[in-house]
Design a protein around this ligand. Structure first.
Ligand SMILES: NC(=O)C1=CN([C@@H]2O[C@H](COP(=O)(O)OP(=O)(O)OC[C@H]3O[C@@H](n4cnc5c(N)ncnc54)[C@H](O)[C@@H]3O)[C@@H](O)[C@H]2O)C=CC1
Ligand SMILES: O=C(O)[C@H]1O[C@H](OP(=O)(O)OP(=O)(O)OC[C@H]2O[C@@H](n3ccc(=O)[nH]c3=O)[C@H](O)[C@@H]2O)[C@H](O)[C@@H](O)[C@@H]1O
Length: 433
């Protein structure tokens, strides 16, 4: 199949590359000329495990192409996929300007029947909006179908998630579009849920909102557990073994970050408001999450009411491991907070330090874990990078000023920390003193 993917961000680049890997001819389009030039040379703008190898392989085998020319990409395409950003507008709703601009360009370049698929996360009803824009700008000259095919990949495991998807959701208005998109997904050997466009758009928001709800729920239980000496990791394990609950997304910590959960919960609340539905559960989810990252600050303040002259080693800048994405990362709030209170802060991250330096003014960082920790008065874990999980705690103890670890990601077992000589505070578990 010949496919044109518009937008080469996390979603467009990964799904375009994976569609080429399963045998399609894919042209990825972006407005950003420098990005496209670099992609043509196999230089990947984001850090995503396994992506570079797959891009290079498919360029080499001539299934994957990059261009800034939409007309060229669309010319022979049977499927055109919209994968541009839908960031949060100041009002909380999704900003659809990029999707609408792309719909105008698709309309102007339509040259025959195509299935126009929205993969970007968009409010329910956007498919119809895209359809009317394309009709207007193609002057009704050609037949086309609009469809919704939301993306469920996670950053940090995007290639794996796409090649091993749990399901594909296809929202269509015609049998013809259904056949094209079902065929496209056949090589993934996955369950395909076929619905109308609106249901498909709703499935995406509902999925992200539900996952965010699970996280805020377990974080509230964690905060409560701290008052009673209960251990939230065991609570989650005991709950999760019930198949109706499930064990995933019950890791308590400093709350969710990233480009999607914060903006998508906010967009869904806004969608509800517009039609007079008050999404009170989701509002509470946001409220809990907004406060959760500051639990770490409370735990540091408990040990050092005065941070003046203290050196803090912050481990992890990215919002989650295996990505260089800094969007809504806890470090963005916590590092300036500690610095404002007079602390000297040095941060470690194996990948995200350059992006972080753009977000956090005056950021001091190192890519050497033990160098970061040296002479610190407390080690604060914000991202559960493998390097941090595996660090040699006896070496850490020799290097630090004070053996104090404040762990926002619950990466160590309490039993291992009991006789370690560290003061170890984590989320939702008894503190070891
Ligand atoms: N990042 C993620 O993990 C996931 C994102 N999504 C959704 O997918 C969509 C895309 O997200 P990301 O890939 O993270 O976005 P991104 O911001 O990383 O990339 C968007 C790309 O689109 C390009 N673009 C914008 N307007 C264009 C136009 N008119 N023509 C051609 N290219 C254009 C930009 O230059 C940029 O390279 C969003 O709606 C997001 O909510 C869904 C699942 C996962
Ligand atoms: O729409 C999207 O963009 C994507 O959003 C999330 O993916 P992502 O944000 O990349 O990463 P997650 O692994 O979901 O983590 C999100 C945040 O939740 C936190 N989290 C996750 C799981 C958990 O149990 N506890 C927890 O605090 C992570 O630390 C991270 O800050 C969803 O998992 C994807 O299915 C979805 O496609």
């Amino acid at each position: 199949m010949n496919i044109c993917v518009i937008g080469t961000g996390y979603v467009g680049l990964v799904s375009g590359t994976c569609f080429s890997e399963i045998g399609n001819k894919v042209t990825c389009i972006d407005l950003d000329e420098e990005k496209i030039e670099r992609l043509k040379q196999g230089i990947i703008p984001i850090y995503e495990p396994g992506l570079k190898e797959l891009v290079l392989k498919n360029i080499e085998e001539e299934r994957l192409h990059f261009s800034t020319n939409l007309a060229e990409g669309m010319k022979d395409a049977e499927v055109v996929i919209i994968a541009v950003g839908t960031p949060q507008a100041p009002s909380g709703e999704a900003n659809l300007e990029y999707v609408e601009n792309v719909a105008v360009s698709i309309g102007e370049n339509l040259n025959g029947y195509k299935v126009i698929v929205t993969k970007s996360t968009v409010p329910v009803g956007t498919g119809q909006r895209v359809k009317s824009i394309i009709s207007e700008y193609s002057h009704g000259k050609y037949e086309f179908d609009v469809a919704s095919n939301p993306e469920f990949l996670r950053e940090g495991s995007a290639v794996y998630d796409t090649m091993n998807m749990d399901r594909a959701v296809i929202g269509v208005e015609s049998k013809r579009a259904e056949e094209v998109l079902t065929k496209l997904h056949e090589p993934f050997n996955t369950e395909v849920v076929v619905t109308n466009v609106e249901t498909s758009e709703m499935i995406k928001y509902a999925s992200n909102a539900f996952l965010a709800t699970k996280i805020s729920f377990i974080n509230e239980i964690a905060n409560l557990s701290e008052h009673f000496g209960a251990d939230v990791i065991k609570v989650a394990e005991g709950m999760g073994l019930d198949k109706r609950i499930g064990k995933h997304f019950l890791q308590a910590g400093i709350g969710y970050g990233g480009s999607c959960f914060p903006k998508d919960t906010s967009a869904l609340i806004h969608i509800g408001r517009e039609v007079g539905e008050d999404l009170s559960i989701l509002k509470a989810v946001e409220e809990v999450n907004g406060k959760q990252r500051m639990r770490i600050a409370d735990k540091v303040n408990e040990i050092y009411p005065d941070l003046e002259g203290k050196k803090l080693a912050v481990l992890g800048l990215a919002f989650k491991p295996n990505t260089d994405d800094m969007r809504y990362a806890p470090s963005i709030d916590l590092i300036p907070y500690f610095k404002n209170k007079g602390a000297e802060v040095i941060a470690y991250d194996p990948i995200a330090y350059e992006n972080a330096a753009k977000e956090i003014e005056g950021l001091q960082y190192s890519t050497d874990l033990y160098e970061t920790i040296k002479d610190s008065d407390a080690v604060i874990i914000l991202t559960e990078w493998d390097e941090v999980k595996k660090m040699d705690l006896s070496k850490v103890k020799e290097l630090v000023n004070e053996p104090i670890i404040i762990d926002g990601r619950n990466i160590y077992k309490l039993d291992d920390m009991k006789n370690s000589g560290f003061y170890y505070a984590s989320i939702g578990r008894p503190t070891i003193k």
